[in-house]
Design a protein around this ligand. Structure first.
Ligand SMILES: *Cc1c(COP(=O)(O)O)cnc(C)c1O
Length: 419
């Protein structure tokens, strides 16, 4: 995370001292580096320059419209999973011709919305969904472009909650059934099958499952061709991992070197859906220490950010490095749990972590929090959601302001008979 460096003993994002952000916007706060976002996007995009391709940023990893606009300006499309994400993508200026729509449960409103805006394609996950899309397209007098999402039954060797390409997973169509589904799709008047799609999971740290899954899908493309298909797009999904602690995931250029030769001669457009690898290490969550607490069996550092702000540690047991914003001087470390104010024992940002001495008021940076951070935050315990800021050089741009107590009750009502 080279755009987050200590200068004169204080952690900076680009040229801005984190304490300045805390002073101006308070804590907790998500902080993203413009330089890191641009560099990560370009590294990915340029790695695949030898093949025609579309990078469709997986916006479920971070869907702030300011950040999406930046992606769109860099040439990115969007991988969406809901009508709400489509709304955000359009609002941010992502061209519909670069939007692909995944997910097992698209409803008819969402399908209608997507067709009306003429997105590039739906990544279809079942025959029931194929029929639903055909019906909605018929009502609208349109033809829907689709890719069949193939479940290649490949173990991505990642956390079970973020594995999506195994037989037991709810995602995709099994390779054995794909030909049948293709026959069905070809018989539907308002469906045009233009691609195949796969996405086997997230935070992958090895190239082999990517390659194995793609080979399986390409085998299928061959078979489909003999059935008269006109497959023009091959979507390899997202999933490339990042370094949270000591993982050594492949770099985008290494992934490209393994993938590009397999697809180069197919005369197809390659689509990729990276999320985490673009934004994960381009953001952090800044929090402030509230109290030190000596429990019977443990020491706790109680901070003002909680599981509702960053749920990855609670949900996946995920590791996030935590750095003091002001560089620690003493060498002494303690084993502590870093916990938040939410009333759940599962509310922690780190467990049994060796941390230098911290005192109330100190700022801490929870690193690698740009992906699946803010987007998964909630108002649990009636905690207003925190701001998001973009740092560019020496400037601070607020991408989202802190919610207020009024925001918390917006849309709620006390029934008339109780008034
Ligand atoms: C989550 C998801 C992605 C992005 O995964 P990352 O690990 O963030 O790159 C891409 N495509 C689909 C279909 C997804 O569900």
């Amino acid at each position: 995370m080279s755009d987050f460096q200590y200068k004169n003993g204080e952690l900076h994002c680009e040229d801005v001292a984190l304490s300045r952000i805390a002073k101006e916007l308070g804590t907790p706060c998500y902080i993203y580096s413009h330089a890191a976002l641009v560099r990560n996007f370009r590294a990915f995009d340029s790695a695949f320059q030898s093949v025609p391709h579309i990078v469709a940023f997986a916006m479920k990893s971070n869907s702030n419209i300011g950040l999406l606009r930046l992606m769109a300006k860099e040439g990115s499309g969007a991988d969406i999973v809901s009508g709400g994400e489509l709304y955000r993508a359009l609002k941010a200026g992502v061209p519909p011709s670069k939007i692909v729509f995944a997910g097992v449960g698209k409803n008819r409103e969402e399908i209608r919305y997507a067709l009306s805006t003429d997105i590039l394609m739906f990544n279809v996950e079942s025959s029931a969904e194929l029929r639903a899309i055909d019906e909605v397209a018929a009502e609208m007098g349109r033809t829907a472009r689709v890719a069949l999402r193939i479940n290649p039954d490949i173990d991505p060797k990642t956390h079970p909650y973020i594995s999506t390409g195994l037989k037991k997973s709810k995602f995709g169509i099994s390779a054995d059934r794909a030909l049948e589904e293709f026959k069905l799709a070809s018989s539907l008047k308002h469906i045009e099958v233009v691609g195949v799609h796969k996405h086997i999971g997230s935070q992958l740290t090895d190239i082999t499952p990517f390659v194995d899954a793609l080979k399986k899908v390409l085998g299928l493309v061959e078979a489909l061709k003999t059935q008269g298909s006109n497959i023009r797009y091959i979507n390899i999904g997202g999933g490339l991992g990042i370094t949270y602690s000591d993982e050594a995931p492949p770099q985008p250029h290494q992934l490209a070197a393994a993938i590009a030769p397999l697809v180069r001669d197919l005369k197809c457009m390659l689509i990729m859906e990276p999320g985490r690898v673009i934004v994960g290490n381009a953001g952090l969550l800044m929090t402030r220490v509230l109290y030190n607490k000596e429990g019977e069996a443990k020491r706790f550092v109680i901070v003002d950010a909680a599981m509702n702000d960053l749920i990855r540690p609670s949900l996946y047991g995920a590791y996030h490095e935590i750095k003091p914003v002001h560089e620690a001087t003493g060498a002494k470390k303690h084993q502590v749990d870093v916990v938040g104010p939410v009333c759940e024992s599962g509310d922690f940002l780190a467990k049994d972590r060796a941390m230098p001495d911290v005192k109330p008021g100190d700022l801490l940076a929870v690193m690698s929090a740009g992906a699946y951070g803010f987007v998964m935050s909630s108002n649990y315990n009636s905690r207003p959601r925190v701001p998001e800021v973009l740092i560019k050089g020496g400037d601070i741009f607020v991408l989202r302001s802190r919610e207020t107590y009024e925001d918390l009750v917006r849309g709620e009502a006390i029934p008339e008979f109780l008034q």
